[in-house]
Design a protein around this ligand. Structure first.
Ligand SMILES: [Zn+2]
Length: 254
């Protein structure tokens, strides 16, 4: 039985019993963990301010006999208030929390995932292009969790993906087909421009996230690519993505 401190991002929170909440955090040292925050929904709770979803908080945790941790203290480090005031930025932030929650099991540590999540929330808070930030960070988190695709070479003829036409992506395998080979197999087709932007995102320095924005058809293809790849790889579509899709349809209609 021990008490320890952890710098963490709150991924989600749900009401539990009369005044408690069950929260899921992603900690810098220990990765994903579930914890109970007792009495947090009482008006005068000192824990409340630090435990809203998407907050960066230093939490004081107590590990008792049960597998569930207990939050005994929470000091808010960064609430990302500007992000919360913009529906699109907030929605992409919630999507990133959803992705990290889906990709990681409890107690699997990944300091880099924690750092990328911080990069994403910080960029959204600075007002950088929300969809570009969200998609870039989601891909980097997929890569860190071991879901990186190999889209440099054609899996059939072993030639590099060239400079003409389209590329066929095998989403479940994470492999690519060149324009010649994709005639014989069904695949998800994207333009080379889309793949080029995706590659830039995958190699981008964290400080520049959100600076290479996609528009029009490339943007739509990249959104669909992430959506289809996530479903093919993890077997479910995050609900936050459904919301982002309807949000994007609304914006297109404006
Ligand atoms: Zn080929």
């Amino acid at each position: 039985m021990a008490q320890f401190q952890e710098a963490a991002i709150v991924l989600k929170s749900r009401p539990y019993r009369e005044a408690d909440s069950l929260i899921t955090i992603f900690g810098k040292q220990h990765g994903k963990a579930g914890a109970i925050a007792k009495g947090v929904r009482k008006p005068k709770s000192k824990l409340q301010a630090g435990l809203y979803p998407l907050s960066y908080t230093v939490v004081e945790l107590y590990q008792g006999r049960s597998s569930l941790l207990t939050v005994v203290g929470a000091e808010l480090g960064q609430g990302f208030g500007r992000m919360r005031n913009n529906l699109e930025s907030l929605s992409w932030g919630l999507f990133l929390a959803d992705v990290v929650d889906t990709l990681w099991s409890e107690h699997d540590a990944s300091t880099e995932t924690f750092q990328w999540l911080m990069v994403g929330l910080d960029a959204l808070n600075q007002g950088r292009a929300p969809a570009t930030v969200g998609m870039t960070v989601a891909w980097r988190c997929l890569e860190l969790a071991g879901y990186a695709p190999e889209w440099t070479w054609c899996v059939q003829c072993r030639q590099p993906i060239d400079n003409k036409g389209q590329v066929g992506l095998l989403l479940s395998q994470g492999e690519a087909l060149c324009a010649d080979c994709m005639r014989d197999r069904s695949s998800f087709k994207v333009s080379l421009g889309t793949l080029k932007t995706w590659r830039q995102w995958m190699h981008m320095d964290p400080s520049r996230v959100g600076s290479v924005e996609a528009h029009g058809r490339v943007h739509r293809e990249l959104f669909e690519l992430l959506d289809r790849y996530l479903v093919a790889q993890v077997g479910r579509r995050p609900r936050s993505l459904e919301f982002l899709e309807s949000l994007s349809a609304l914006q297109d209609g404006e």
